[in-house]
Design a protein around this ligand. Sequence first.
Ligand SMILES: [Zn+2]
Length: 448
Amino acid sequence: MKPGVIVAALLFGCPALGYAQTVPVALTHIRIIEGTGAPPVENGTVLMQDGVIVAAGRDIPLPPNTRILDRSGMSVLPGLISDHSHIGQLQGVQTGPQFYTADTITAELAQYRRYGVTTVTALGNNVPRVFDPMRKDAHMGLLPADLFGVDQGIGVPKGAPPVHVAPDQLFRPSTEEEARQDVDTMAAEGTDLIKIWVDDFDHSLPVKMDPAIIKAVVDEAHQKHLRVAAHIHDLDDAEHVVAAGVDILAHGVRDRFVPPSFVAMLKERGIWYIPTLELDEATIVWADQPAWVKTPFVEAGLSAPLQQQINNPVWQQENRTGSKADFARRSLATNLQNLKILWTAGVKIGFGTDSGATPLRVAGVAEHRELALMVQAGLPPLQALHIATEAAAALLDLHDRGVIGAGKRADLLVVAGNPANTISDTDRVVETWENGSAVTGPIPLTTR
Ligand SMILES: [Zn+2]
């Protein structure tokens, strides 16, 4: 496969917006991984036109003017969907509110798309003045990936999240009344979800969110028909927020193994659980330097300052050990086991990594690591891919994507090999399609 074969041959097309009609295009002789968890369709065809999938499967009749792209030896899956990322928080190895700009965010979305992530959820710490118009543009196909999210989110005075953000990027209400007003403000901004932070970050913060505030936020959000996602780390907090009516756990439980009562509560209430396994791996892995961090696939996603930092032996030494590294290692180990328990029990699992929140959580790369870690936790590759596509869309209440089927958005990730058997084949990115156009070409393949 020569990279030159892959071209953005088609004009952007989306009939709903009245843009130019496009010719039908078909990917042929390709393995179709539908996103549903069903076994792949071998030697299939995906026919697209005007930004949507017209038909997919075996023996699809093609209109006479179809542009045919032979994709023998490759697999196609729905574009990946992140349920928990962040945008505009950083540049290189620096973080701060000065990076919340349209330029930074557009570059981040382009990187997500390059790695096959075609829908991004920015779960809080957004500046509405910048975020709200960009979200609209993204929905119209004017940005490199589609964008959803929590506008600001609700934190705690002198507590979580321990981030350096501008006052317009986050609420820290001290009364129930203020909390309700903050929810109303976000509702008026068109937020997709509400978020709360319930954590003391390994006892490094003096307070956690007051239960009365949690209750007020959930009540107000539900009155506005908005669901609430909660940042948690500990089992106690997860149990508390679920009992208080929270709809989505934005991280895995990482201090203890989940007991059957908790599993039953999540199932009974239909709570979504986003493990974010990669979050803790990212804290240690750049210092540990396993072989995969040196692959061209990963290095293509690292800025020069970040490469310089993680290649510095002093930095590696400092970050490999110590309380922060130990905490991350323990959290990851517990998180992996809890995911297996909850997935086996049939709890609804979403897909997220917290990518973009810190320089070490690298947009796009993180999502590919999350897939690998889900498989490491014991999930079959097909199920990990289902979580990253159809399930991730369902978490967001999006029914127009996440599956390769007639009428769905033609957001696709084409890779070499068969990720249904070997999850790391997802890293062998050939091209990303968005709205029926091939928009990015191959990422250098890993040596294997
Ligand atoms: Zn987050």
